[in-house]
Design a protein around this ligand. Structure first.
Ligand code: SAM
Length: 288
C-alpha cells in the first residue's frame, strides 16, 4: 500500500520522504494514467480545482496566481524589452497566460512533454490558460524540453522552466547539461528562471541548481514566494543572467509595470525586489 492509499478521500502527496501533505478530495473530476504520468484533477473546498501528476500537486486554481505571476513577471519586467519567451513544461497553461498578458511579448514558444496535461487542463481548469492556447503568438511544441534546448538554434529573451519536480520526466530539467543548453538559448541580456522547489524540504535541489548557475552566469541567485499548496515554507525560483536585468531599480520596475498595464494579485514592483532578499538558511543553500 502506498502513502497515497492511506487516507481514503484524501489526495496525499508523496514527494518528500519524511513529510506528507493531504488535500481532501471533494469531487474527483479526472483520474487516469498517460504513458508518462498519473493525472488527477479534483475539487477541494479551500484550494479550488487541483491538478496532481504522480500524486504531486502541480497547481490549484486557488493559489496558482502567486506562482505564475512571480515566474513570469519578475524576469519580463526586470529585462524590460522581452519580445521572445520560451516556456519549458507549463502544461496547465497558467504560465503562457501570464507571459502573454505582456503586449510587448511578440512570440512565446512552449515546450511540453505531455499533450494530455494540456488537453485536460483546457477542459477541467479553463481559468488556468484563459485563452492562451488560442493566442496566435503562442507556438506549442510537444517534446522533451531537454531535447528541445539541446537542438534549437532559436534565441529567447526569457527562458522559463515551469517544470514538475526532479522525478520522472522532470528530472532531465534539473541537470547541468540542461541548464547549460538552456543558457545557450538566451539572447544577449536574456534571463533564465526556474521552478526550484521549497528550500526547507528540497534544499539539495536548490544548492545543486545554484552551483551550476554560479558556474555559467555572472548573476546567479534565487528569489522567493510563498505558495500555500507547495507546503513547507517559501518556494525558490532560480535566476540566472549575464545581463543587467537584476539591477533594475524600484523606479524602473514601477514604470515598466505601469506601462505594461498589468493588474496582478501577488506581483508588485515592491514584492519583486523584496523577493530577492534571502533568509540566512536559504542564502546558505544558495552559496553551498
Ligand atoms: N507549477 C508546477 C509545479 O511547480 O509543480 C509545474 C506545473 S506544469 C503542469 C509542469 C509540466 O512539466 C507538466 O505538464 C509536465 O508534463 C511537464 N514536464 C515534465 N518534464 C518535462 C520535460 N522533460 N519536458 C517538457 N515538459 C516536461
Amino acid at each position: 500500500m502506498s502513502e497515497s492509499d492511506l487516507l481514503p478521500g484524501w489526495a496525499v502527496e508523496t514527494l518528500h520522504g519524511n513529510y506528507l501533505q493531504g488535500l481532501r478530495i471533494g469531487h474527483m473530476l479526472y483520474d487516469s494514467e498517460t504513458a508518462l504520468q498519473r493525472i488527477r484533477i479534483f475539487e477541494n473546498k479551500t484550494f479550488g480545482q487541483v491538478l496532481t501528476l504522480d500524486n504531486i500537486v502541480q497547481t490549484t486554481t486557488g493559489d496558482e496566481f502567486i506562482y505564475h505571476e512571480m515566474l513570469a513577471h519578475v524576469p519580463i519586467l526586470a529585462h524590460g524589452e522581452a519580445k521572445r519567451v520560451l516556456i519549458i513544461g507549463g502544461g496547465d497553461g497558467g504560465m503562457a497566460r501570464e507571459v502573454l498578458r505582456h503586449v510587448s511579448v511578440e512570440h512565446v514558444t512552449m515546450v511540453e512533454i505531455d499533450r494530455t496535461v494540456i488537453e485536460l487542463s483546457r477542459t477541467y481548469l479553463p481559468t488556468l490558460s484563459a485563452g492562451a492556447f488560442d493566442d496566435p503568438r503562442l507556438d506549442l511544441v510537444i517534446a522533451d524540453g531537454a531535447a528541445f534546448v539541446a537542438e534549437t538554434d532559436r534565441r529567447f529573451d526569457i527562458v522559463i522552466i515551469d517544470s514538475t519536480d526532479p522525478v520522472g520526466a522532470g528530472e532531465a530539467l534539473f541537470t547541468k547539461s540542461f541548464y547549460a543548453a538552456a543558457k545557450t538559448c538566451l539572447a544577449k541580456g536574456g534571463v533564465l528562471v526556474t521552478q526550484n522547489g521549497v528550500p526547507f524540504l528540497q534544499g539539495a535541489e536548490l544548492t545543486s541548481t545554484m552551483r551550476t548557475f554560479r558556474a555559467i552566469f555572472s548573476d546567479a541567485t534565487c528569489y522567493l514566494a510563498t505558495v500555500p499548496s507547495y507546503s513547507g515554507g517559501p518556494m525558490a525560483f532560480g535566476w540566472g543572467t549575464d545581463g543587467d536585468a537584476g539591477k533594475a531599480s524600484l523606479e524602473t520596475l514601477r514604470a515598466r509595470y505601469q506601462a505594461a498595464g498589468l493588474r496582478t494579485r501577488y506581483y508588485t514592483p515592491e514584492v519583486h525586489l523584496g523577493a530577492f532578499a534571502l533568509p540566512g538558511y536559504i542564502r546558505d543553500l544558495v552559496e553551498g
